[in-house]
Every structure is written in structure tokens, then in C-alpha cells.
Design a protein around this ligand. Structure first.
Ligand code: LLP
Length: 379
């Protein structure tokens, strides 16, 4: 779609490039297939039906973190045998949805949670398949709010609890332990944390095997980052490198299946947020470009100081200037970036905020009674 078609829509709006989505999915599939790796899509990144349909059709499973995400995955047609259900705080009602549908695995984060699942499964006369989400204490070297694999984080079962856990295991008659699950964080751009994760997983995997506990699958989570700086140059992440690291450093037993839960890397670069410039206001050093999109549409810059490449898509000018690009919301954190270089921008220009396909629209809010505009899909 050309810019002239794009700017007919009421701003701000999200726009998704389904062609790029499908190319990204194909690329991920191709490289995972080499090692017979299984991919689950982390629904939390984006839950549009058209996006989910493409992901389901290519054969990936689903990674859900709420009862509603499990319901959504079922509605889209993901097979129950490919649905994993994670989260530190699953409610009884949510657990029942998983039990009723006999999902692939509950990724469990505490002994207390396993006890509750066992009790509910007993009442339903079911056996729940579970994977233990273990906290590997591996640093992901990413923003602290999206680091999950350190002992100080609320996620996962810490290693000092494992002896106790395996003593309790035989008493949980309605639990079948099938897997070990890990997720160290998100937007990880160096392969070193993944290599370190493999080393730790190998140790833990051996630990279980030495105690004659047969683990059928290892789930390494998600976390592969995307190129926010140059999304047009590198629209598709390097899945070959990513899966290659696991192939090189992970030492699974021959009967074990390897699973991943990718979110951002599959959908991040296929989405953009299109917004109109409302005003250019004089600042002390740089001028403010005030957009009609704000933190209500895209929260990531406000809470993770995240950078998104912003481009003026309508100006005829080739002059570049620096702007503090901000939204209209009554919060100083409603800022997409300070001193951002844009082509000379004026009221009425349209800007494209790149790489917003993951954790963009799903994290939007109605704060300030903001409207939500329809989305545009580019086929
Ligand atoms: N598995 C688990 C257990 C997770 O917690 C997550 C993401 C994923 C998989 C998918 O991770 P990905 O491949 O997308 O990195 N809102 C933040 C990101 C939060 C990620 C939460 N967990 C952001 O906008 O950067």
C-alpha cells in the first residue's frame, strides 16, 4: 500500500504487513525444522485474529499466559496438544480451562501452584501435564523490566527448592511431569545469554536424569530480539544464528523434544503505528513534534525507555532536524524519544513509528478516554 492510501485512515492507527509476517514465519520455520525444534507463538505479543491465523496455519503452537489467551488460541484452532499455559499467578478458573482442554503443558512456577493444579485435576478426574519453569539465574543483559531469569525475579522455581519438589512429586497423583521450562527475558540481541542458558539447562537436565526423572521436553522460552534501530535493513531476525546456538550448546537426551516460545521475533517488525503531527512547538534546544499518538497507543518508550525508529512519511523536504517526539497525554513520560532526527516536519505530516507489531497494540490503554481506531492490514 502506498503512503497516499495509508493516510486516508483516521490516525493514530496500527498497520500490519502480513507479507512480512509470513516471510518471517517461513524463515523461523525453516531454521527450526533443521533440528526438529517446535515453535510456540507467545500470544501476549499480539493477538489479532489475522496474525494468529497465519501463525496457526504454519503449524506453530501457542504459548498463553491467561485463561483468555488459552480460549483465544482454541478459538483460532491451535490444537490443544500444542498449547502451553504459563504465568506466575494462574487463577483456579484459568487452571480449569487448561484442564478441561487437556493442554500440552502448564508451565508451573511454584510448588504451591502445582499443589493447586493437582487438587483441581483430582476433582476433575484428570491428569495435568506440567513443565517446571526453573529459574536458571542467567542474566539476559536486557532492560531490567524484561529480565526474568535471575533469582531476584519473581519468575520460576529456584534451584534450592528442587530437592523438596522432587520429594513431593510422587504424592501428586494427578500430575504428570513432562518438561522443564525456561525463559530468561526479552529483546535479547547477543547470543551469549542463550549460550549461558544452554549450559545451565544441561546441568539441570542431568540433575533430573540422575534422579531417574524422565523429562520429555525442554522448553527454552523466547527472548530473541529484533532490530529496532534499522528495521528496514533487518526486518527479519537471524533465526539461523539463534537456533544454531541451541543446536551447538544444548545437550538434550535423544528422546527429548525441544520447544521455544517466540513472541517479538515473529511479529515485532511487521507492525507500525501511523500518527499525524498535531503541532510543532518551540523548545529550548530542540522543537517538540507533538503527535496524535501517545503512550496510550504505544507504552514501550514510556516504561522501558524503548527506542522505535520514527519516519516522516509525507514530507517533501529533505532537510533533517532534531525533535523531541511526544504524544498528547498528560504525562511527561509520554515521549517517544528526545532529539530524534526527522525530515523537517510540520503540522499535518504523517509519521510511521516502526517495529510496533509486538507489545504495541496489546499494551494500549483507554487512559484519558482515548479512542481506539481500527487497524489496517497490508496483504
Ligand atoms: N515465554 C515467556 C514465559 C514469556 O514471559 C515471554 C515474554 C515470552 C515467552 C515471549 O518472549 P519474546 O520472544 O517476545 O521476547 N512488554 C515487553 C516484553 C515483555 C515480555 C514478557 N514475556 C516489551 O514491550 O518489551
Amino acid at each position: 500500500m502506498e503512503t497516499k492510501d495509508l493516510i486516508q485512515h483516521t490516525t493514530p492507527f496500527y498497520c500490519y504487513d502480513l507479507k512480512l509476517l509470513n516471510e518471517t514465519l517461513e524463515e523461523a520455520k525453516k531454521h527450526a525444522k533443521k533440528y526438529e525444534y517446535h515453535i510456540h507463538y507467545a500470544l501476549k505479543a499480539n493477538t489479532h485474529n489475522r496474525i494468529l491465523n497465519s501463525i496457526q496455519e504454519i503449524g506453530f503452537g501457542a504459548d498463553c499466559v491467561s485463561g483468555n489467551e488459552v480460549k483465544k488460541a482454541l478459538e483460532i484452532g491451535f490444537p490443544t496438544s500444542k498449547i502451553a499455559f504459563a504465568g506466575v499467578g494462574k487463577t483456579d478458573e484459568e487452571i480449569l480451562i487448561g484442564l478441561e482442554n487437556e493442554i500440552f503443558a502448564f508451565n508451573c512456577e511454584s510448588i504451591e501452584e502445582i499443589e493447586v493444579i493437582n487438587q483441581l485435576a483430582k476433582e476433575q478426574n484428570k491428569t495435568a501435564r506440567i513443565a517446571l519453569r526453573l529459574n536458571p539465574n542467567v542474566d539476559a543483559y536486557t532492560h531490567k523490566y524484561i529480565t526474568t531469569g535471575l533469582e531476584e525475579n519473581k519468575f520460576g522455581i529456584n534451584s534450592w527448592e528442587l530437592e523438596n519438589l522432587i520429594e513431593l512429586l510422587p504424592s501428586w497423583a494427578n500430575i504428570e511431569l513432562t518438561g522443564l521450562h525456561f525463559h530468561i527475558g526479552s529483546q535479547i540481541t547477543s547470543m551469549t545469554p542463550f549460550k549461558n542458558l544452554c549450559i545451565r539447562v544441561n546441568e539441570l537436565n542431568k540433575w533430573f536424569s540422575e534422579r531417574n526423572i524422565r523429562i520429555q521436553h525442554l522448553n527454552l522460552g523466547g527472548g530473541l530480539g529484533i532490530d529496532y534501530n534499522e528495521p528496514e535493513k533487518n526486518p527479519i531476525p537471524d533465526f539461523e544464528l539463534f537456533f544454531g546456538v541451541f543446536n551447538q550448546f544444548l545437550e538434550p537426551f535423544s528422546h527429548q523434544e525441544i520447544h521455544f516460545e517466540l513472541g517479538r521475533s515473529l511479529v515485532g517488525n511487521c507492525g507500525s503505528l501511523i500518527s499525524k503531527v498535531l503541532y510543532i512547538k518551540k523548545g529550548i534546544k530542540t522543537n517538540f513534534a507533538i503527535l496524535d499518538a501517545g503512550m496510550t497507543e504505544l507504552l514501550r518508550p514510556a516504561i522501558y525507555q524503548a527506542y522505535h525508529y520514527i519516519e516522516n512519511i509525507t514530507t517533501a523536504s529533505d532537510n533533517k532536524e532534531f525533535y523531541d517526539v511526544v504524544g498528547p497525554i498528560c504525562e511527561s513520560s509520554d515521549c517517544f524519544g528526545k532529539k530524534m532526527e526527522l525530515k523537517e516536519t510540520k503540522r499535518g505530516d504523517y509519521v510511521k513509528i516502526h517495529s510496533t507489531g509486538a507489545y504495541g497494540e496489546v499494551m494500549s490503554s483507554k487512559y484519558n478516554l482515548r479512542e481506539q481506531n481500527p487497524v489496517v492490514f497490508l496483504d
